[in-house]
Design a protein around this ligand. Structure first.
Ligand SMILES: Nc1ncnc2c1ncn2[C@@H]1O[C@H](COP(=O)(O)OP(=O)(O)OP(=O)(O)O)[C@@H](O)[C@H]1O
Length: 307
């Protein structure tokens, strides 16, 4: 099946001369959840704004469902829903009217049943007749999601969906993404919260300084780049590592109360057996040991640092 979104050599230099996106290519498959990670100013919003037709690219091509988003803008835009970071300056409109209007803007016939379902799904039904200015920040976020969904897009972009929201709304957002994915909607989200990507994404892209430095299945990424840490809690603390243990890659941690060893869990030899033997030879007793897989966060920090 051809990708639902195909980006080829996309680049963007803003008017002042700042190159926010270096030539970048990416295919997104129908039905996947793709998380775009990157530090502040990396180019995430520029990338999704360009795909959604809000920012004009300086070069390259974007095909959405096979439609070029420059030459066949309406067909391409119809397939896309965008939940931006901030509420546009609409204040006096009532929630349901705004959602109706959004659907109408795409030239679609009214569908009150759909609007009711979306508002109920987003816990906004009780507020359907409220003006936007009467809503809390979290509720406004929900309205943005409703607005992005009401023309039944095939791809939903969520720009930092949970930045600054409370735990309940964050969980709701995650549930909404899971439900949409189950209905076959493709989701592309930008986030600073690595746990969000870890929780939801099928694939992860890392962008930094306008460059897409990595695109990988999340599980493969964690397997490939993830390191494991072995921690050995000593029965008695030591102030220095015995000479016989130097050169094995062990570090003292927790003020001498434990030893830390990082290893590649995929490697043929982890070195753990040698370390345990060396501990025993050195007469070091331990009362516990545990291992920990490095998180996506640690992998991400390493990647961005190295680039
Ligand atoms: N309209 C603009 N004119 C000039 N430069 C811009 C414009 N919009 C964004 N930039 C610059 O482009 C770079 C990328 O910005 P962008 O908003 O895409 O980053 P981001 O990854 O979404 O960041 P954040 O995580 O902080 O939202 C930044 O250096 C920003 O200052």
């Amino acid at each position: 099946m051809p990708p639902i979104l195909s980006i080829r050599n996309l680049e963007k230099t803003y008017d002042g001369g700042f190159q926010a996106l270096k030539p970048l290519s990416l295919d997104i498959h129908a039905g996947e959840v793709f998380a775009l990670l990157g530090p502040n100013g990396a180019g995430k919003t520029t990338l999704i704004s360009t795909v959604c037709g809000l920012v004009r690219p300086s070069g390259g091509q974007i095909l959405i469902g096979g439609h070029d988003n420059q030459t066949a803008y309406r067909q391409a835009r119809r397939l896309v829903g965008l939940v931006p970071q901030e509420m546009p300056t609409l204040q006096f409109e009532q929630v349901r009217d705004l959602i109706r209007l959004s659907r109408g803007l795409f030239g679609l016939p009214p569908d009150e049943t759909l609007i009711e379902r979306i508002l109920k799904d987003l816990s906004l039904w009780d507020k359907r007749d409220a003006a936007l200015k009467e809503l809390s920040g979290g509720m406004k976020r929900r309205v943005l999601v409703a607005k992005a969904l009401v023309h039944e897009p095939q791809i939903l972009f969520l720009d930092e969906p949970t930045a600054g929201v409370d735990v309940e709304l964050r969980r709701d957002m995650w549930r909404i993404v899971t439900d949409l994915k189950a209905r076959g909607v493709t989701i592309i989200l930008t986030t600073h919260y690595i746990e969000e990507a870890e929780e939801m994404a099928d694939r992860v892209g890392v962008i930094t300084r306008g460059e897409l430095i990595l695109v990988e299945e999340k599980a493969a990424l964690m397997r490939k780049l993830g390191r494991k840490e072995l921690k050995v809690e000593l029965a008695e603390p030591v102030s220095v590592l015995p000479d016989s243990l130097s050169g094995l890659g062990i570090e003292l941690a927790d003020e001498g109360r434990s030893l830390r060893y990082i290893y590649d869990a995929q490697g043929e030899r982890t070195g753990i057996t040698g370390i345990l033997n060396a501990l025993s030879d050195a007469g070091l007793r331990f009362h516990d040991l545990h291992t920990k897989q490095s998180s996506l966060e640690e992998i991400f920090v390493d990647l961005v640092k190295d680039s």
